[in-house]
Design a protein around this ligand. Structure first.
Ligand code: HEC
Ligand code: HEC
Length: 340
């Protein structure tokens, strides 16, 4: 009798914990609606067209580079280049590491320095950039208009609008909006399945949200505050170094600050940071929890970037937690035939 009572009390406590856990944890779950602008609502025709354009190497001057070259679905939507730099047309090297395209639909700013607001504004940049696809739009648009298959697909997706900068950007952005994270073990845990992640990962989550202070910036379902910070990767003067958001507008407070990246599927998207200078999550955590790479003389270093005195075991726990943010690859057929 006593045992049964104790057991049912235990069951009741567990039930209560998991209910309240689910309530508290809802902020970590992906919102059911994908944000989309009024003038470019998602339709199957737009998504399909955007997907073809995303994988079509004819959008580059060499005929060898597509968006997927640097943001490939099988490489965590980035390129995993050991050089840590974007290798575009003719092997030219761009100044920054390719970020993931995953969940960009939920971002208010695109690029490490946030210089584009929407995916539509972002999409044309890499096509024309000489270190990326090196394809002037006044060459590309007439080229696309000669491909009968594309003329038809654009007509279906954007009736009467033709093949223009606008419809090109809108179609690519539509496909990108469908690139969203899938259900990870952590999401199952957040929904109340307490066995979905290991004890080590649970402790890691507590550290992440507590002692390690990661949550100050990597917060919410996409594990980013959508804001910009200097995490002390470079020393004070930044001479010849990355100026970050300062390049967008020369505000002193924007010196060396970068956008907080998502941590969804982060285990798939090494190397890390805007300069791709770090290969492992352990090292990235040690930097973020250790006051940055440079302790002193860093202009604008975020006040949240201080030495949290994590032990090696604690760093491993935080990393174990970050691994639980990896979901299965999204359901996607990569096109092999392109419009002719
Ligand atoms: C040669 C490699 C390369 C190619 C090709 C390329 N990108 Fe990128 N992409 C990058 C790099 C590097 C950045 C970061 C640049 C920066 O922040 O200054 C980036 C940034 C982005 C971002 C912003 C992500 C974020 O979190 O801020 C999106 C979205 C994106 N690219 C989509 C595309 C699309 C769409 C195409 C094809 C039209 C494309 N990229 C082609 C390398 C590439
Ligand atoms: C002050 C805000 C802030 C805090 C606190 C913070 N981060 Fe970050 N994190 C950032 C920013 C900003 C970047 C990108 C910096 C860059 O590349 O210049 C970043 C990058 C990362 C990356 C690399 C992701 C990628 O795709 O390149 C990882 C991993 C990471 N943080 C994990 C953590 C962990 C774990 C903690 C806690 C120990 C933490 N961060 C604390 C803001 C923060």
């Amino acid at each position: 009798m006593i045992r049964t009572l104790a057991l049912s009390a235990l069951v009741a406590t567990l039930a209560i914990t998991s209910v309240s856990a689910t309530e508290d944890m809802s902020k970590w779950l992906r919102p059911s609606e994908i944000p989309q602008p009024k003038n470019n609502k998602l339709t199957p025709e737009r998504i399909e067209l955007g997907k073809l354009l995303y994988f079509d190497t004819r959008l580059s001057s060499s005929g060898e580079v597509s968006c997927a070259t640097c943001h490939h679905p099988k490489r965590g939507w980035t390129d995993e280049k050991p050089t840590a730099k974007a290798v575009g047309v003719d092997g030219r090297v761009g100044p920054r590491n390719s970020p993931v395209v995953l969940n960009t639909a939920y971002q208010n700013r695109q690029f490490w320095d946030g210089r584009a607001r929407t995916l539509e504004q972002q999409a044309l940049g890499p096509i024309e950039a000489d270190v990326e696809m090196n394809m002037p739009l006044d060459v590309l648009l007439p080229k696309l208009r000669k491909i009968k298959g594309y003329v038809e697909l654009f007509e279906k997706a954007y009736p009467g609008e033709g093949i223009t900068e606008k419809t090109l950007a809108k179609a690519i952005a539509s496909f990108e909006r469908t690139v969203v994270s899938t259900e990870s073990p952590f999401d199952k845990y957040a929904k109340g399945d307490k066995y979905a992640i290991s004890d080590k990962a649970k402790e890691g989550f507590e550290l992440f949200a507590g002692k390690a202070g990661c949550i100050n910036c990597h917060d919410g379902f996409n594990f980013t505050d959508g804001s910009f910070h200097n995490i002390g990767l470079h020393d004070g003067e930044l001479q010849g170094k990355e100026l970050g958001r300062y390049l967008v507008k020369m505000r002193a407070a924007w010196y060396g600050v970068m956008k907080t990246p998502t941590l969804r599927d982060v285990a798939k998207s090494f190397p890390y940071f805007h300069d791709g200078s770090v290969k492992t999550l352990e090292e990235a955590t040690a930097i973020c929890a250790g006051g940055g790479r440079f302790e002193h003389n860093v202009k604008n270093k975020s006040l949240s970037i201080v030495d949290r005195h994590l032990t090696k075991e604690e760093i491993d726990k935080v990393v174990a937690f970050m691994h639980t943010l990896t979901g299965p690859d999204m359901d996607l057929t990569i096109p092999t035939k392109f419009p002719q």
